[in-house]
Design a protein around this ligand. Structure first.
Ligand SMILES: [Zn+2]
Ligand SMILES: [Zn+2]
Length: 141
């Protein structure tokens, strides 16, 4: 179990995340929603317990954007209201205690973690090379 620190682009939001060794990998998501929300071609994420995330600065002022996923349930995206960096997402379909952390913002994690899997591979762009096991949408439950 290691504590990784992170901050948003402007520095008004800071957080740490405890990750077990088996969680120390990025999941690349190629889905169209990630393209819109990040302005890039994929995002880097990890599914962790909410209790493993500690927002040390700016938690009370986090912005929240909600959209509805394929399940019809809400996905709540929490972001710095000043610079719009996304800290984490909470998908209602995963239950109240599980979140999706944006691992691409972990100061050391982004350099140390290898990609472990790619999801929504069907939306990968033609020039992007496969770097990990790829699932067309989500891995089988
Ligand atoms: Zn910020
Ligand atoms: Zn996605």
């Amino acid at each position: 179990m290691t504590d990784y620190s992170a901050h948003c682009h402007c520095g008004k939001t800071e957080w740490t995340a405890k990750l077990e060794t088996e969680q120390q990998g990025h999941i690349l998501c190629h889905c169209d929603t990630c393209k819109y929300l990040s302005g890039s071609t994929f995002t880097l994420n990890q599914i962790i317990p909410r209790s493993a995330l500690n927002i040390t600065k700016g938690e009370s002022s986090l912005g929240k954007y909600t959209y509805y996923g394929d399940s019809g349930k809400g996905v709540h995206c929490y972001f710095c209201p000043t610079c719009t960096s996304h800290v984490y997402h909470h998908q209602e379909v995963m239950g109240p205690d599980t979140i999706v952390l944006r691992t691409g913002l972990l100061t050391n994690g982004i350099k140390e973690f290898e990609p472990k899997a790619e999801i929504f591979g069907k939306a990968r762009l033609g020039w992007e090379k496969e770097v990990a096991q790829t699932f067309e949408t989500m891995p089988p439950a």
